[in-house]
Write a new protein. Structure first.
Length: 222
């Protein structure tokens, strides 16, 4: 006899948590995420369907394979993964588990998902993130991103948090986690996003003015 796993029919899709790296397409028109473990080679969108990373033609998640999206039940469990050295630049995602799924003690392995919110950590300098900037790595056709404050963005390729959310689509909300910089006194998400946008634009303007000043100096010397 073959034992069959019990089937669940929830009234609403379960919620899960995971960590992933934000990525931006090479042409700058799309935004998404890439996993930190087995599925790291396959970037995915806000609403996406899992594919077998081994290229096998079976439905995901398959009981005899480890394919599919992975997430954990508790936010604290996912946040703990951000403490490791290799995952500190990742973002914390809150996802809706869609389609078929297999429940485990600590989480799910599932066929489809919708990323609802993404919380990025502080800049490497410790300040609150104002943008997502080129992290120095990527996948074919995709540029890996990491949190950056307005002062550390400089000339790197970058996109604001609100801009990343717009490119990703699907109603995604991107939030900046805590850092050493002063928090927004108004405490409103809309206000903090505008402040981050303004700070990023100012940093870019300062960088361009510096480059123009150097060009003027070189022209005078020539």
């Amino acid at each position: 006899m073959r034992l069959r796993l019990p089937e669940e029919r929830p009234t609403e899709p379960p919620t899960g948590y995971k960590i992933a790296h934000p990525v931006l397409s090479q042409d700058g028109t799309r935004a998404g995420f890439t996993g930190v473990s087995l599925g790291g080679a396959l970037p995915y969108g806000v609403l996406d369907e899992a594919r077998c990373v081994y290229g096998l033609r079976h439905r995901t998640p398959h009981r005899r394979c480890d394919c599919g999206f992975h997430c954990v039940h508790d936010r604290e469990t996912a946040e703990a993964l951000l403490s490791t050295t290799e995952h500190r630049a990742a973002a914390l995602l809150e996802v809706t588990v869609l389609g078929a799924y297999i429940r485990f003690e600590r989480g799910f392995r599932h066929a489809r998902q919708r990323v609802r919110t993404a919380t990025v950590g502080p800049c490497a300098c410790g300040a609150v993130a104002a943008a997502l900037a080129d992290a120095g790595w990527g996948r074919p056709g995709w540029c890996g991103l990491a949190a950056a404050c307005a002062g550390c963005v400089r000339g790197r390729r970058s996109v604001s948090l609100a801009g990343f959310a717009r490119l990703a689509g699907g109603g995604l909300r991107v939030r900046a986690g805590s850092g050493s910089a002063p928090a927004d006194p108004a405490g409103g998400l809309g206000v903090s996003e505008l402040v981050a946008e303004a700070a990023l634009l100012q940093a870019r303007l300062d960088w361009f003015q510096t480059q123009l000043a150097r060009l003027d100096e070189n022209g005078e010397r020539g």
